[in-house]
Design a protein around this ligand. Structure first.
Ligand code: ASP
Length: 352
């Protein structure tokens, strides 16, 4: 059900529940944020970036078996993290400018209100799982670099070389062609190799009981400055869950998302009754208003890509991207499918 209910149904259902609470059906929580989405989904829904088609399928099947949404989501995105052919996530991810793969991931578990994250993690194939360990077993939320690795090793994660031959070759070509004033001889190459590749997987889930979770994992921007942390590791930017409302997350240029706390902003829009797709579009508009002129073209359009994905407590979902032509993955009614993202700008054809 992509944004199925009307706005009036949506708010109306919530209003009914709020009245119930006043009549004593549920104890008032003094510190709770205003929650207007209270009716559980009644079915399982998983929404993810398009590279997460296998992830939503795995996660959806696990939800159907009653597996917790965070466990299901992490099991889903791990398929991509462990796939050496995927150069945007986990093992096989493209490295930083020195040829070292540094991974970021974060997750949230709605029912327990917990969060966990790792950043600039080296040598461990599945950062999403390490983030989950931070969530379950520590009093902290974000571990970085060497500390994050030692934490992972203490739980039995194996240290491995994450730079595959495929990723190394792409990195070497980039290094050879990055500038005229360096000491590297240019090599003939396909034009695509000088475009800075990006990639990430974000996955948001709600089960039939209305329990919500989210996870995002990435190798970050290729050729980044060592130590750079993107949005994927940051709770509120790369992903966010509020079990009363929904979950959201992103892929694309992390720096642009971090400035607007995009996942949090999207969930807050849904809290006000805005449908998931429109909430994602609202966040993208905010991104544009917060973008430096150097990152905009002559027509004020961004020179980068960014996409948001969202699901709410009643199982409505959606996604929006800066440019047309992007897709996202969804699991509902026992099947996985790709759908078109809403968008702000028509993508220009090459050379036009
Ligand atoms: N959002 C990721 C980052 O900035 C990259 C991506 O999604 O392509 O690290």
């Amino acid at each position: 059900m992509s944004d199925l209910l009307t706005r009036r149904d949506f708010v109306g259902a919530a209003t009914g529940m709020a009245a119930g609470a006043v009549l004593g059906a549920a104890p008032a929580r003094r510190t709770a944020a205003p929650a207007i989405l209270v009716r559980p989904a009644g079915r399982n829904v998983v929404v993810a970036s398009s590279n997460g088609l296998r992830a939503v399928e795995r996660a959806g099947r696990l939800l159907a078996q009653g597996v917790d949404p965070l466990e299901a989501g992490i099991d889903g995105v791990k398929i991509q993290e462990l796939d050496p052919e995927d150069t945007s996530v986990g093992y096989g991810g493209l490295p930083n400018e020195e040829g070292v793969v540094q991974l970021d991931a974060s997750c949230m578990h709605g029912p327990t209100k917990r969060a966990g994250a790792v950043a600039a993690l080296e040598g461990i194939k599945t950062p999403s799982e390490v983030a989950k360990y931070v969530l379950w077993y520590t009093n902290h939320i974000l571990l970085v670099g060497e500390g994050a690795k030692r934490f992972a090793l203490s739980y039995g994660f194996k240290e491995e070389n994450l730079l595959t031959d495929k990723a190394r070759e792409i990195w070497l070509r980039w290094r050879a062609n990055r500038g005229a004033a360096d000491d590297w001889l240019d090599v003939p190459e396909d034009a695509n190799l000088v475009v800075r590749p990006t990639g990430t997987i974000n996955c948001n889930l709600v089960n039939a009981k209305g329990e919500i979770s989210s996870v995002t994992t990435t190798s970050g921007l290729a050729w980044k400055i060592p130590g750079r942390v993107g949005d994927s590791a940051l709770v509120g930017a790369g992903q966010y869950t509020d079990n009363d409302v929904g979950a959201a997350g992103s892929t694309g240029r992390g720096e642009s998302n971090i400035k607007v706390c995009g996942a949090f902003l999207t969930v807050e829009s849904m809290r006000r009754g805005i449908k998931p797709t429109d909430a994602c579009l609202e966040t993208l508009k905010r991104v544009i208003t917060m973008t430096e002129p150097r990152l905009l073209d002559e027509q004020g359009r961004p020179r980068f890509g960014l996409t948001f994905y969202a699901v709410n407590k009643i199982g409505e979902y959606g996604s929006a991207s800066l440019f047309s032509g992007d897709r996202y993955a969804v699991w509902e009614e026992d099947r996985a499918a790709l759908r078109d993202c809403a968008y702000l700008y028509q993508r220009r054809r090459r050379g036009s």
